[in-house]
Design a protein around this ligand. Structure first.
Ligand SMILES: [Zn+2]
Ligand SMILES: [Zn+2]
Length: 652
């Protein structure tokens, strides 16, 4: 036996590496606490204390790694619903948003919560970018918080460089004159487009598509997009994440996405695994040369999609993994109040929308259910939930399956009766608890009323009914900070500091399960990751503080010190707490609440037939759901000529 201590990752293959820690919370109920974990290569071989490692030491090279001895270890965090493609596009922008954002290198982009503060930050970031021939693109603009910044105001501030202010909802942008000229957009070209206000440089919905068609070649260059993916991966590391689910792989262009993942994620020092969940509608339509999105009541050729997905699934690698799983949609976005609500519906009588009409969703479920796939469905309202439960129920009647792990994603609002049906049908849930923080205050006043607004994301009931509940960020909906999400679910604290529907809170243990073992369960990978148990991958999140000592109220303050990925230690330069941590930067802020500004419909207790994203008369609502934006974007990108309609913007 040859024992050394080491602060290096490198050791001979087969060496037993023993990590010691102040405390190890294994998230395994059979052995919840430990102080040492033995690892050979990328696998855990033993969990316990130094004494219990003794039998493993015989006849092996042993390295005792004490770098983590004063720290807390948890299983590597799992965020099973993120959008790396969106991160690639948007994280290289200058983020100036109503809420603080974590940036690369741990920097915080401070919240801009007044027009004065927005001007100040905009001016500062412009000054920091000295190359005036290059684009200045800022994400996070919210006119209701930041005041008026249309073409005229931007021209005064920036007469000599191209500037784009991208709305926090993703669906709108404001450009100055240099930017409009540089993109070759003229009044004649716009020609009275109903969703472009040429004079004010405002592009929204399909008008934003005109802008995007010309800007996207710039954003998809490796210089930009690979940088964005690298930043996104860095943000995952800062949040303590070792496994993330791409919950819409292939939405834009599977080959492009896979090549970029290979270039940025499948790299020796990258402490991260991406699990791709394939977008069923896109793969199906693309297989027969159709537009990838299509209207909500047009049924994609799912059987053709299944064949294409079977081929794509063979192309995984060590860090870029394909799951036998697909993604479908039910109803519209929570942020724009386009979820489908059962009576009493919305207070103002407007109606939600389908992203997939119920018969289309049912067909998609049928095809992939019969093929043995795990099915993930984006669903927000209780009427949306009914459509998903109907599809799952008929699949179960036709062909009963066990351990199918049908997953409900987001779960904005649902009822107790639906919790019971979900449980009876064997479904589980991956919820977005950030909704509680960001939306409950506003929705209590507008749209839903207090009773239903306080009960959004009823995770407590789901757990009580026996479901496994994971917590996701839907990045860039919320920061990829699992401990902050756990805080949202465990405290149900809104922006204004109210605690809503306390009986729906998760316990500390349940909230931490939601970012570890139960999130791994949602990806069908709990046999490999999600708890610290012999035989599993040696993935750990290293914490500076013990969440069990700090308690639920301070989960957002727990500092992440780094991760261990497949046995290799990756410490952050400095430990980081979440953006909502006390003293992190500014007042706790969520996304600003804003009602959709579409023309109000007549108040009615009955929901009328819905359409997918109707052209609003004035301006779009703050959609904000990345799944929905990516779906729209992928539809545009597939159009002939979309990416080649003009010369890509160049640096001069
Ligand atoms: Zn999403
Ligand atoms: Zn979604």
């Amino acid at each position: 036996m040859n024992t050394t201590t080491s602060a290096q990752n490198a050791s001979r293959p087969g060496t037993l590496r023993i990590f010691t820690a102040r405390r190890i919370h294994t998230m395994d109920e059979s052995l919840p606490l430990a102080t040492a974990v033995g690892v050979i290569d990328d696998r855990i071989v033993a969990v316990g204390d130094m004494a219990s490692m003794t039998p493993w030491r015989e006849g092996r090279d042993v390295v005792v790694d004490e770098r983590l001895k004063d720290r807390i270890l948890l299983p590597g965090f799992v965020d099973n619903h993120v959008h790396p493609f969106l991160g690639g596009l948007m994280t290289p922008t200058e983020i100036i948003a109503p809420e603080a954002w974590r940036m690369e290198g741990g920097r915080i982009a401070p919240a801009a919560n007044s027009p004065e503060r927005y001007r100040e930050l905009l001016t500062e970031r412009l000054a920091a970018r000295t190359d005036k021939t290059d684009w200045f693109i800022s994400f996070g603009y919210q006119p209701s918080e930041h005041g008026r910044w249309t073409r005229a105001e931007l021209d005064v501030l920036c007469p000599d460089r191209p500037v784009v202010l991208w709305h926090r909802s993703f669906h709108e942008s404001y450009l100055n004159s240099v930017a409009i000229d540089k993109l070759g957009i003229t009044e004649a070209l716009v020609n009275g487009h109903p969703q472009i206000d040429f004079a004010s440089g405002h592009f929204f919905e399909t008008g934003n598509k005109v802008m995007m068609a010309r800007l996207l070649p710039y954003l998809l260059r490796p210089d930009w997009y690979h940088r964005g993916l690298n930043i996104t991966a860095g943000l995952m590391h800062q949040g303590g994440i070792t496994t993330a689910g791409d919950m819409l792989f292939g939405s834009a262009d599977p080959e492009f996405e896979l090549a970029a993942l290979a270039a940025c994620i499948e790299q020796p020092q990258r402490p991260l695994r991406i699990v791709n969940i394939l977008e069923a509608r896109g793969f199906s339509n693309r297989a027969v040369g159709r537009k990838v999105t299509g209207p909500p009541d047009e049924c994609p050729p799912f059987a053709e999609g299944l064949k294409a997905i079977e081929v794509m699934r063979t192309r995984g690698s060590r860090r870029v993994v394909f799951s036998k799983a697909i993604k479908l949609y039910a109803d519209g976005a929570m942020f724009s109040q386009l979820m489908q609500m059962n009576p009493p519906g919305y207070i103002d009588g407007h109606h939600g929308e389908w992203l997939m009409a119920p018969p289309v969703l049912a067909k998609g479920v049928e095809v992939f259910w019969d093929a043995g796939y795990q099915i993930h469905v984006h669903v927000n309202g209780d009427a949306g939930m009914d459509s998903v439960l109907a599809a799952l129920s008929s699949a179960q009647e036709r062909k009963p399956r066990f351990d199918h792990r049908f997953m409900m994603h987001h779960v904005g609002f649902h009822t107790n009766a639906q919790s019971l049906r979900m449980a009876a049908l064997g479904a589980h849930a991956s919820v977005n608890p950030y909704f509680i923080h960001a939306l409950a205050d506003g929705y209590a006043k507008l749209g839903l009323g207090q009773e239903r607004a306080d009960q959004i994301v009823r995770a407590g009931s789901l757990v009580r009914n026996g479901l496994r509940v994971s917590l996701h960020s839907d990045f860039m909906m919320a920061p990829m900070e699992p401990l902050m999400l756990a805080w949202c679910a465990a405290t149900r604290t809104t922006k204004s500091g109210r605690q809503v529907a306390p009986s729906e809170r998760l316990t500390l243990e349940q909230a931490l399960r939601g970012i570890t073992i139960d999130a791994a369960f949602g990806l069908n990978m709990d046999h490999e990751i999600g708890s610290i148990v012999a035989g599993k991958k040696a993935d750990f999140t290293i914490l500076e503080d013990d969440p069990f000592e700090l308690g639920v109220e301070r989960l957002k303050d727990v500092r992440v010190a780094g991760t261990v990925f497949e046995g290799e230690v990756h410490l952050l330069p400095v430990p980081l707490a979440s953006t909502l941590a006390a003293g992190a930067e500014s007042v706790p802020a969520g996304l600003p609440f804003q009602m959709p500004t579409r023309a109000p419909s007549r108040p009615s207790l009955r929901t009328r037939r819905s359409r997918y994203r109707p052209a609003p008369n004035t301006c779009c609502g703050p959609d904000g759901d990345p799944c929905v934006f990516l779906r729209q974007l992928s539809g545009w990108m597939q159009e002939p000529g979309f990416l080649h309609s003009t010369e890509p913007p160049k640096r001069h």
